[in-house]
Design a binder for this molecule. Structure first.
Ligand code: IPM
Ligand code: MG
Length: 353
């Protein structure tokens, strides 16, 4: 078992330290190799995804990533920015299938900004396409047009095969859950997503048990707030998935709780919290490490096919919440406020097996 650990920037290193304690608990210290990514890598090697980091990630069975980005890099040319490192590693590893579960832990119902009855027992799986769409489409850039005026260009594009392969991931995920799949597009305006809808409908013929529905993205954004429990598995393109997954995460109380898996065709994966690098609280021992720890749990489930370790880690996280431990982002009256380090320790103390 080879795990590449890429802590990244901001709160990345401190949340990663907590996940590593969990790996230590399972005696897996020898499986880990570290490498920098994002701003941390730029500072050392002038490249947000250095050759050595990419090589390590390509050779590993799975990658565990903290977070990338810091305001101090925002003025750099785009290819040197931390986000570029993240986008490139997703592309180079062909991690086209991004799974972002939004699950409500009963103890956190009151951390949500929505009424308890709207979010209690919420359990949504967002399947986001991750290596196509306007994120990678050419042409792109900021150029002068005929009038000598600056013009920004990005291109939304999806090929049929790109849509087809993410469709299969989504249908298979629906088969394992409640057999309901909602595909999100903007087919009333955008041709790219008109094709998306057509291909989703074609693929649905191979999954007669799954009930496929379609929804426009603007309506989906509204429905997620109005009545999120109508959704089970949602599938969508890269940019819509980016936006809707942040929205869905907040239904569950805090984006600091949500893990993600990004998979290739062979279930090799990169696992990272859905949240960003939060430079404003970096190094202050305030970050919530649970999304990273839950991402590690997803690694065991999806790449190593080890449901037992998944259950053990998720169980320990549940116990920590039941015992009242909260980082600042999920704190409410009557609970115990802890920092990142203590939260990590509390999880490890509750691990079994
Ligand atoms: C995410 C992030 C990234 C994205 C950024 C950091 C490039 O927002 O993983 O959702 O847009 O995909
Ligand atoms: Mg995002």
């Amino acid at each position: 078992m080879k795990i590449a650990v890429l802590p990244g920037d901001g709160i990345g290193p401190e949340i990663m330290k907590q996940a590593i304690k969990v790996l230590d608990f399972f005696g897996l210290n020898d499986a880990i190799s570290y490498s920098p990514i994002g701003g941390a890598a730029y500072d050392l090697f002038n490249d947000p995804l250095p050759e050595a980091t990419l090589k390590l990630a390509l050779e590993a069975d799975a990658v565990l990533l903290g977070a990338v980005g810091d305001w101090k890099y925002d003025k750099l040319p785009r290819e040197f920015r931390p986000e570029r490192g993240l986008l490139r590693i997703r592309q180079e590893l062909n991690l086209f299938a991004n799974l972002r579960p939004a699950i409500m832990f009963p103890e956190l119902v009151h951390s949500s900004s929505l009424k308890p009855e709207i979010v209690t027992n919420l359990d949504i799986m967002i399947v986001r396409e991750l290596t196509g769409d306007i994120y990678f489409g050419q042409p792109r850039g900021i150029n002068k047009n005929e009038k000598g005026e600056r013009e920004g260009i990005n291109t939304m594009r999806y090929s049929e095969s790109e849509i087809r392969r993410i469709a299969h991931v989504a249908f298979l995920s629906a088969m394992k859950r409640s057999k309901r799949l909602c595909s999100i597009d903007k087919a009333n305006v955008l041709e790219t997503t008109e094709l998306w809808r057509e291909v989703m409908t074609e693929v649905s013929n191979e999954y007669p048990e799954v009930q496929l529905s379609h929804m426009y993205v603007d309506n989906a954004a509204m429905q997620l707030i109005r009545n999120p429990k109508q959704f089970d598995v949602m599938v969508t393109g890269n940019i819509f998935g980016d936006i809707l997954s942040d929205e869905a995460s907040m239904l569950t109380g805090s984006i600091g709780m949500l893990p993600s898996a990004s998979l290739d065709e062979n279930s090799k994966g990169m696992y990272e919290p859905s949240h960003g690098s939060a430079p404003d609280i970096a190094g202050k021992d305030q970050a919530n490490p649970l999304a990273t720890i839950l991402s590690l749990a997803m690694m065991f489930k999806y790449t190593f096919d080890d449901q037992k370790k998944f259950d053990a880690i998720e169980g320990a996280v549940k116990k920590v919440l039941q015992d009242g431990f909260r980082t600042a982002d999920i704190y409410s009256n009557g609970t115990i406020l802890v920092g990142c380090e203590k939260m990590g320790n509390a999880v490890v103390e509750r691990l079994e097996g």
